[in-house]
Write a protein that binds this ligand. Structure first.
Ligand code: PHB
Length: 376
């Protein structure tokens, strides 16, 4: 997305990707786009398939005590909504748009290192098909994820990390089963959290709270379905439709933020700078807002020689990031079973769910955050 936005601003970039095109286009990730992400994709010409295939949801459900309550997102937010469109579909559309516009993406690079970050000519060294290359840049954007090489390259003492690790994870499946609800359902249950989502009119996406070190071998499909149904079935008899499982995985849960997100000419964006637990469905959307802010800074630099927006990059991003962190942490703490709870948390969680699904003020706050806070 950054490369695409820079291209539209007349700024040249090269993407170095250590995976193959196929790997990044097939990798299953989350699938909820905020209104601002959808608008940005449409406005910048990469929203055609999204508009055709994406599933717009005007509401979201919360299930607890055997009953469901709906938050009418668009009614509470002046017409904003979320759109279900898998992250790897966004990746496919962006890769295609860059290649169609003559953009350079080098896949399968190896041994990538960055250097001279505090000079005006930072450099990237890498290997491709065994040959060594050096790229001399004006700027480097570290969009290389939580495990990437950019963040660890920043000298000690520059960056402070703030972190929360949760005592649970999500076991997620994709199943060939027609979704039995048109909208997402977040379920709080004594057996643990569960989430009903979808990818298409034929594919259901489901998650259940599990242990952080859960062994998938202990979760044959039958057991997954049994547990999902036990947690999600409501008093009126609603339950997810069961079908063949074609993907299964465990997602860890953490909240993580670094400050600042910049060192010299290196700008960190997305998971390289922050991780949110998936409960708020914010990971991709937060990365998009970072690169939009970075694009504005680079645009001002190249068009009018202004450095101020780049200097403010980190502070501008972090203001939004901490609000999104708060929301993701809050959704997580409202909906999961916490080991060792003596009953206080359980009652607090039920009261919280009751309040945020019945008070107009509570529902508005939830909806405003869920559809996405304004992009700067
Ligand atoms: C998903 O559909 O993968 C999904 C939906 C909502 C979340 C997280 C993941 O909060």
């Amino acid at each position: 997305m950054l490369s695409h936005l820079l291209h539209l601003a007349g700024i040249e970039s090269i993407i170095l990707e250590c995976r193959s095109r196929q790997y990044i286009e097939d990798r299953v990730r989350a699938g909820v786009l905020e209104q601002g992400t959808v608008d940005l994709m449409i406005e910048t010409g990469v929203g055609e398939r999204l508009q055709r295939e994406g599933l717009r949801h005007d509401g979201v459900w919360f299930s607890f005590g055997g009953r469901r309550r709906r938050i009418h997102l668009s009614e509470l937010t002046g017409g904003r909504a979320i759109t279900v469109y898998a992250q790897q579909e966004v990746v496919k559309d962006l890769v295609q748009a860059r290649l169609d516009a003559g953009g350079q993406i080098v896949f399968d690079v190896e041994d990538l290192t960055v250097r001279d970050l505090d000079s005006t000519r930072p450099k990237i060294r890498y290997r491709k098909d065994g040959d060594a290359h050096e790229l001399v840049c004006d700027f480097i954007a570290g969009c290389d994820g939580f495990h990437g090489i950019c963040r660890p390259t920043v000298p000690d003492g520059v960056i402070t990390a703030y972190e929360r690790v949760y005592p649970f994870a999500w076991l997620g499946i994709l199943a060939e089963a027609a979704p039995t609800s048109e909208e997402l359902i977040y379920t709080y249950n004594q057996r643990g959290f569960a989430l009903f989502s979808m990818r298409s009119p034929q594919v259901t996406r489901l998650y259940l709270q599990c242990a952080p070190d859960e062994d998938l071998a202990e979760w044959p499909d039958d057991r997954v379905w049994e547990e999902l149904c036990a947690r999600m079935r409501t008093e009126d008899g609603w339950a997810p439709a069961v079908g063949p499982v074609f993907q299964k995985g465990v997602t860890g849960m953490r909240s993580f933020v670094i400050e600042p997100m910049q060192f010299g000419r290196l700008f960190l964006a997305g998971d390289a700078a922050h991780i949110v637990p998936p409960t708020g469905a914010k990971g991709l959307n937060l990365a998009i807002s970072d690169v939009l802010t970075l694009t504005r800074g680079l645009e001002a630099f190249y068009k009018s020689g202004r450095q101020d927006l780049l200097d403010q990059y980190s502070a501008t991003c972090l203001r939004r990031i901490w609000k999104v962190q708060r929301f993701s942490w809050w959704m997580t703490s409202m909906l999961h079973l916490f080991p060792g709870d003596d009953g206080f948390d359980h009652r607090r969680q039920l009261a919280e769910l009751d309040y945020f699904t019945s008070s107009r003020a509570g529902m508005s706050s939830l909806a405003e955050n869920y559809v996405g806070l304004p992009l700067d």
